[in-house]
Design a protein. Structure first.
Length: 192
């Protein structure tokens, strides 16, 4: 885990937005020396704060004529063992360092060995899972054991769908990927 050195944390601001089901880990954000919120896990037993980082600007679909500035990250759920967390990371994009712009957000999945990744980077690139044509864009929560994610995205037919994603735990180096399951819960039609 990437423990944030005390020199990187400030007491300027922090906020907790979730707690593991067993109450050992709190998640949220802490401020960096640059006053940018960074996703953290507080281990209430060991009394440590672990910085999870932020997604890189390349993870966001920002138009090429805009410049993306880190806006921060926040964790909102963690497993009972603190070995997997989910949250959101954001950038603010504008033409230059001043003026109006727009925020872009992406959810992330974090583990000590993978670091912070978008859902598709974690599931497909890192774990090597075959999603059978589905794409996952959002992660909302995870189970206490960290084996199941509540997510949404598009099924192979391009329809917006809520999903349960069953992860191979422990990670793929020690288990066959055949344990992966993708269970659609319900189709959600988005109207604009």
């Amino acid at each position: 885990m990437a423990e944030m050195p005390p020199s990187e944390l400030t007491t300027h601001f922090s906020d907790a937005s979730g707690v593991s089901p067993n109450g050992r880990y709190a998640v949220g954000y802490g401020s960096t020396l640059q006053n940018v919120p960074q996703a953290v896990i507080w281990d209430m037993t060991a009394e440590t704060v672990l910085g999870l980082g932020m997604l890189p600007s390349s993870s966001f679909s920002v138009p090429s004529h805009l410049v993306a500035y880190p806006e921060g990250s926040r964790a909102f759920a963690a497993s009972d063992d603190g070995q997997i967390a989910v949250g959101v990371s954001a950038v603010f994009a504008r033409i230059n360092s001043f003026g109006d712009g727009k925020s872009y957000e992406r959810t992330f999945i974090w583990t000590p060995s993978s670091g912070i990744k978008t859902p598709m980077e974690f599931l497909v690139d890192y774990l090597g899972l075959n999603l059978h044509g589905a794409t996952i864009s959002e992660v909302y929560d995870l189970s206490a054991d960290g084996k199941t994610l509540l997510a949404s995205g598009l099924n192979a037919g391009g329809m917006a769908t809520a999903m349960l994603v069953h992860l191979p735990i422990p990670e793929p180096s020690s288990i066959a990927l055949a344990c992966f399951g993708l269970v659609p819960l319900a189709a959600i039609r988005r109207r604009r």
